[in-house]
Write a new protein. Structure first.
Length: 396
């Protein structure tokens, strides 16, 4: 194997050198507990404060204190959904979300259903877009929360967050968004977009794993999820992970600084990749929205073959990708995102998500296309579906 190309950046990214440099002194020199009042503690607190400032600035939060650190996007989502539901249940027990949210939202909703909350899962169109008309149609007097992700992790669709938030507020409903895939990929301005509560995470933007944050606008009623210490203004207990927080702050600052350059570069790469795919590989479907999608994600279905097989053969060629469907206990589990987009199972089963790093080159893409062409041809040659397909064509 001579080349290794990582195209699974929507799952996680490497930690950039600048971020790592920011983190290193926190392990050995500035290791005090940021809640301790001695000088060691105060040094760590200053690092935490700087990171909070950087994140607040990047998303245009009114104050740094609107940022609460968590162990990642999953915890932030659990906190937002359960915390808002529990704190506002006297006003109603109806919540609206979409049918393509991340598992951490979906599973939190399921827990609330067990407690007697009613959840509406909005449908999406063939590109994964939530319609405002459908949202309006489902709003009820007892709706207390609308939670719609900013960017979908499987196909990269960008939602009309500003319009959705406006609609929520016109109906006196709290608006939360899972912006884990949006940070570093689209411009986020929580004030202009009227976002009340927002989840973000560091490891999708060249920061460390295991650190995220919840932005909570002043005045939002939200119960605690993690009980314990006095950290995070008594809202989230636990000794702060100072190195990870320092890295998250730096990663967010860089992501915000380089947003337009990265987007421009990745948009060109994405267009090139799609045009080469269409030129070289027949019977494919681009599941990603042609323009309302982030530059770094392309989801493609290859007819007659399975995503898992493509993934494994690409892996042998040194290329890392992911598939929406998960192979558990020998049975193919279909992607609920692609199903919600109305993509038939036989097409969805052959889908692959390619998510690009900011460092990708055209040469990398050429290598991927060459390998992909070979892999797809090889798998189609042995696929029973290919034989069935050509038989049925002969019978026409
Ligand atoms: C859209 C979305 N939300 C939430 C998460 C969870 O974030 P974390 O891995 O930081 O828990 C992810 C991670 O894959 C994601 O893509």
């Amino acid at each position: 194997m001579n080349k290794r190309i990582y195209l699974d950046n929507a799952a996680t990214t490497y930690v950039s050198a600048e971020v790592l440099n920011e983190m290193m002194p926190c392990f050995t020199a500035f290791y005090g507990n940021s809640n301790s009042i001695h000088s060691f503690g105060r040094e760590s607190l200053a690092i935490v404060d700087r990171a909070r400032d950087r994140i607040a600035k990047a998303i245009n939060a009114p104050k740094s204190n609107n940022i609460y650190f968590t162990s990642g996007g999953t915890e932030a989502n659990n906190w937002a959904i359960k915390g808002i539901a529990h704190a506002n249940k006297d006003l109603g027990k109806h919540i609206i979300t979409s049918s393509i949210e991340h598992d951490s939202i979906m599973e939190s909703m399921k827990e609330l259903e067990k407690e007697g909350f009613e959840i509406t899962y909005l449908p999406v169109d063939e590109h994964g877009v939530v319609s405002l008309a459908s949202l309006l149609h489902h709003i009820r007097k007892d709706t207390i929360l609308i939670s719609i992700m900013s960017v979908n992790n499987e196909v990269g669709t960008i939602q009309n967050i500003k319009a959705i938030a406006k609609t929520a507020h016109e109906n006196n409903i709290i608006f939360h968004t899972d912006a884990v895939q949006a940070l570093g990929a689209v411009k986020i301005d929580v004030q202009d977009m009227e976002i009340d509560v927002m989840s973000i995470s560091a490891h999708k933007i060249y920061g460390p794993k295991g650190i995220g944050a919840l932005y909570i606008r002043d005045g939002i009623k939200i119960d605690n999820l993690i009980h314990g210490g006095f950290q995070e203004k008594k809202k989230r207990g636990g000794t702060l992970n100072v190195p990870a927080i320092a890295g998250f702050g730096k990663a967010t600052e860089i992501a915000s600084r380089d947003l337009s350059v990265n987007c421009q570069k990745l948009r060109a790469i994405k267009n090139y990749f799609i045009s080469k795919l269409q030129e070289r590989i027949p019977m494919i479907h681009i599941n990603t929205h042609p323009h309302q999608s982030v530059a770094g994600i392309v989801n493609v279905s290859f007819e007659l073959i399975e995503g898992e097989s493509i993934l494994m053969l690409l892996d042998l060629a040194g290329i890392a990708v992911s598939t929406g469907s998960a192979c558990t206990s020998g049975a193919l589990q279909k992607s609920y995102v692609l199903s919600a987009m109305g993509i038939p199972d036989e097409i969805a089963n052959g889908s692959i998500r390619f998510s690009f790093p900011k460092s990708i080159s055209k040469d990398d893409i050429n290598y991927v296309i060459d390998e992909l062409e070979k892999v797809v041809a090889k798998l189609r040659a042995i696929s029973p579906l290919t034989k069935a397909n050509s038989r049925s064509k002969k019978n026409v």
